[in-house]
Design a protein around this ligand. Structure first.
Ligand SMILES: [Zn+2]
Length: 406
């Protein structure tokens, strides 16, 4: 069998807490084999850059990747949802193009693993034709009795699908949110996840309006669901996100998306569940004007936090690197190595689990801002630094497209 072999010389190599200077990184058959001190003769020199693990976008919706700018996020949250639903209805055949463009944009900006929420109009081929790696979560939606059998059948059919020529890509399930999924459909998805080992992702505790609906069955969500003709009496009232966390905790692996309004008790609960990860989407969170996100408290309690971009319906681009720069700016007291973990290993574990190959040779190439003295722990995510390329599977060096990274 022929081995594919590649080696790169870089000024900085950063992986987890380890920082190495002036090294050659040896890769064979898509795996990191060795880090050698100094420059090896055959190595491709990438020069004055930092080589870091490929970034992990734990939550996005690639189907909206053709949007040039976000759908306005000011005002009522349900107005934004109504616009998203209208957009989907107006562009029923654009999903394959959106997946292609979204994956391309992600890879060019340093992301090599993606948790994508897929609804309709997609096929495995759309992902295979792109350089997609990660988990495709099939979204499940339904409040009425009549939706149950079709949606549970859809969930079963996804789990039965296989990725050709990939041992790391997975399918997952995403019961959308408490306001759009009836409790027995959620329970059905959880049971499938338990028996198949598949990961599950759910939007939760995203807005005060969602909490109101769960607690009292009233508010803007009730109005929207009534306007859509899908409101059902008896589904809401007397609940909190804690009830949903308890159900999601039954899954072998679950991603709690947003969690903007989780309470101290919720965070304490999450911290005791190593199989659960909170996915924070920093720029989307900021765009909706929510109060400060509780992710640092969860980290303090020992829980797991990963980072997502969410989609181009609420974010100007799909750059996970830009999310980490945003975090670094907001939390100047934090080591950039801690921020790097949120955008790499934590997301990888959330999507693929503990068995994920840690030596997989996916890397992001970061060029330091001109005039900046490189110090990975302090300025890896400085505002002027840029992703200039991505190494995918040890071989292809994908150059960043200036139009998406500037
Ligand atoms: Zn989302």
């Amino acid at each position: 069998m022929t081995q594919t072999y590649q080696s790169y010389h870089v000024d900085w190599f950063v992986n987890g807490d380890v920082i190495q200077q002036n090294v050659t990184v040896h890769i064979a058959d898509g795996r990191l084999m060795e880090i050698e001190s100094g420059r090896s003769a055959a190595a491709i020199s990438l020069g004055p850059v930092a080589l870091i693990p490929g970034l992990v976008n734990a939550h996005t919706h690639l189907e909206f990747s053709l949007l040039d700018r976000p759908i306005p996020t000011a005002g009522r949250f349900t107005n934004w949802i109504r616009s998203v639903v209208a957009h989907r209805r107006e562009h029923p055949t654009s999903v394959p193009d959106a997946i292609h463009r979204g994956v391309r944009e992600s890879v060019q900006s340093g992301t090599t693993l993606i948790g994508d929420i897929a609804t309709v109009g997609w096929s495995v081929t759309d992902y295979m034709e792109s350089q997609f790696a990660g988990v495709v979560f099939q979204e499940l939606l339904g409040l009425g009795d009549e939706r149950m059998s079709a949606q549970s059948g859809l969930a079963q059919s996804i789990i039965a699908k296989e990725w050709p020529e990939s041992d790391t890509n997975l399918f997952g399930l995403s019961p959308h949110a408490p306001y759009s999924v009836r409790p027995d459909l959620l329970q059905c998805a959880v049971e499938i996840a338990k028996t198949s080992g598949t990961p599950l992702a759910m939007h939760l505790a995203e807005t005060p309006a969602e909490l109101e609906l769960l607690a009292d069955g009233t508010g803007e969500f009730r109005e929207m669901l009534t306007d859509f003709g899908i409101w059902r009496d008896g589904l809401f009232g007397g609940k909190t996100p804690a009830d949903y966390l308890a159900i999601l905790a039954e899954c072998p692996r679950s991603l709690v998306v947003h969690g903007n309004y989780l309470t101290e008790d919720d965070l304490q609960f999450l911290a005791r569940q190593p199989q659960m990860t909170l996915v924070y989407c920093p720029r989307t969170h900021a765009a909706f004007g929510h109060p400060p996100h509780p992710w640092r408290r969860l980290v303090e309690l020992g829980g797991s936090v990963a980072i997502g971009t969410d989609s181009r319906a609420s974010n100007p681009d799909l750059s996970l690197f830009a999310e980490l720069q945003f975090l670094a700016k907001q939390h100047s007291d934090l080591s950039h190595l801690e921020i790097l973990k949120l955008g790499t290993i934590n997301g990888r574990r959330a999507l693929l689990g503990e068995i994920a190959d840690q030596n997989h040779a996916d890397f992001c190439v970061v060029r330091w801002e001109k005039g900046l003295t490189p110090d990975p722990a302090r300025n890896l995510f400085a505002a002027g630094n840029r992703v200039i390329g991505t190494i995918v599977n040890g071989a292809d060096l994908v150059s960043a497209d200036p139009t998406t990274t500037d």
